[in-house]
Design a protein around this ligand. Structure first.
Ligand SMILES: [Zn+2]
Length: 458
């Protein structure tokens, strides 16, 4: 097939599909699939059923696949068993929404011109439907590619049963490549393709030195202070001013970003000023002197972070007690080649050596992910983004973690490409979440082009 054949009707198709897109997005948004809220159990199932029906309407086979938690919607559209297969991952569960912070009801779909508001519009119901409409066009126009869909309903709670699903359905999930559409550009003016994610290891540091809080007039000077001791341990773990981790061996396995990678981060349209504004950071660390410093720090460097310390008195004014216990909530973000298990051992040994009474409990672990910065799938992403949005994407890394991605890489052993459509102003995980027709129409084009490019790969 030549390009003219494939793209001749695309603009007309996109215009004609707009009403359908808006209706379907409205239906999904108005089904509040909040995975963290047990009272929304029925809505989550209903959202999955509706979405599975959308896939059947496309001509796909689709089912709700059981897990010990919420089911996963799995779909498959085979054009010819001889064609290569791409698997498209999205999630259809959403973050909670505090209606008092929104200027419209969060679970009522609201359209203002090209802007669509409602919880889940950009994360990730809008991008899921955008990809689905591109698949329909590709299939109707004879593109030699098979499609599989994985629509998860537990992503926002850390994908607790995703590995269970992938392992048990491996036989149905054989694929040549995976496409994930659930990420954010750095700026509307500059498409971005992330190819890496940081991992995560969380810890509780616990110390109990006596049986109850005691008045410092009686025991002050004698009793140990667990909050003070934990603070001392933490100050030995890292330099809070610069963020530099002081635990020996912590950086040993880090693969630093190459010059080409850092250049690509810098070309993403990122500015420190905009970043500070977006996250309301009044000031940042003194060693963050250039844009490259900031980008490297959150995209390609590990961290040690203190999230909270509990224990003692936290009411108004001062109450002169010596606390009996303290708990610090700590995590490390990890970068490619670092392993949560190894870091856990390092931290446990280090803390034990400096204060053997502190108990270190490792809680959640997520491996870091690194995909392709170069190669045929990265090239296909470059071509597709340029075709749809007029500009080559910057290849970036995300500072956060998506557990499902690492699980797919581990078990399906196929290259993974991120083609996200969310923008910083879309209010991802925030109030007044929105998505827009520009990203939808451009997104359909981008996916069709990407599908064409990868259909040619052996
Ligand atoms: Zn998401």
């Amino acid at each position: 097939m030549n390009n003219n054949g494939l793209y001749k009707n695309l603009d007309r198709y996109i215009r004609a599909a707009r009403g359908e897109f808006e209706d379907k997005l409205a239906t999904l948004v108005e089904t509040p699939s909040i995975s963290s809220d047990p009272e929304r159990r029925d809505d989550i199932r209903r959202c999955g059923e509706i979405a599975a029906q959308y896939l059947r309407d496309l001509g796909a086979k689709a089912e709700m696949i059981h897990t010990p938690g919420y089911p996963v919607v799995m779909g498959s559209l085979t054009t010819d068993p001889k064609n290569p297969t791409v698997t498209i991952y999205n999630h259809l569960d959403v973050q909670p929404a505090d209606a008092s912070e929104w200027h419209k009801a969060p679970f009522t779909f609201y359209k203002a011109g090209d802007r669509y508001e409602g919880r889940g519009t950009t994360d990730d119901k809008g991008p899921a439907l955008t990809a689905m409409l591109a698949v329909r066009y590709a299939v109707e126009n004879g593109l030699p590619l098979n499609f599989k869909f994985i629509w998860e309903l537990e992503e926002e709670i850390g994908s607790p049963n995703f590995e269970y699903f992938i392992k048990r359905n491996k036989g149905h999930l054989q694929t040549n490549s995976i496409l994930v559409s659930d990420t954010i550009w750095i700026s509307r003016k500059q498409p971005a393709v992330p190819y890496g994610l940081r991992g995560l290891q969380t810890f509780l540091f616990k110390l109990e030195t006596h049986a109850k809080d005691v008045h410092s007039g009686l025991v002050g000077g004698v009793a140990r202070n667990p909050i003070g001791e934990l603070a001392q341990v933490i100050s030995q773990c890292y330099d809070a001013k610069t963020g530099k981790v002081k635990i020996p061996g912590f950086y040993d396995d880090v693969t630093p970003a190459t010059k080409a990678e850092v250049n690509s981060f810098v070309n993403s349209g990122f500015t420190t000023k905009g970043y500070q504004k977006a996250h309301e950071l009044k000031s940042i660390r003194p060693n963050m002197k250039t844009e490259a410093d900031v980008l490297k720090a959150f995209m390609a460097a590990p961290t040690f972070e203190l999230h909270g310390i509990t224990g003692g008195y936290s009411g108004p004014g001062v109450k002169t007690i010596v606390p009996y216990h303290a708990e610090a909530k700590v995590s490390t973000r990890l970068v490619p080649n670092q392993r949560p298990a190894k870091i856990t051992k390092l931290i446990k040994d280090f803390v034990k050596a400096i204060n053997p009474d502190v108990k270190v409990e490792a809680t959640q672990a997520l491996e870091p992910f690194i995909g392709d910065f170069e190669g045929p799938y990265a090239d296909a992403a470059r071509v597709a983004m340029k075709f749809a949005f007029g500009k080559e994407p910057a290849f970036t890394r995300e500072g956060g973690s998506i557990g499902a991605v690492v699980t797919m890489q581990k078990h399906l052993k196929a290259p993974i490409t991120f083609l996200g459509l969310s923008l910083p102003e879309h209010g991802y995980h925030a109030k007044n979440e929105n998505y827009d027709w520009g990203q939808t129409s451009g997104g359909i084009k981008m996916f069709v082009k990407y599908f064409e490019e990868i259909s040619k790969l052996k």
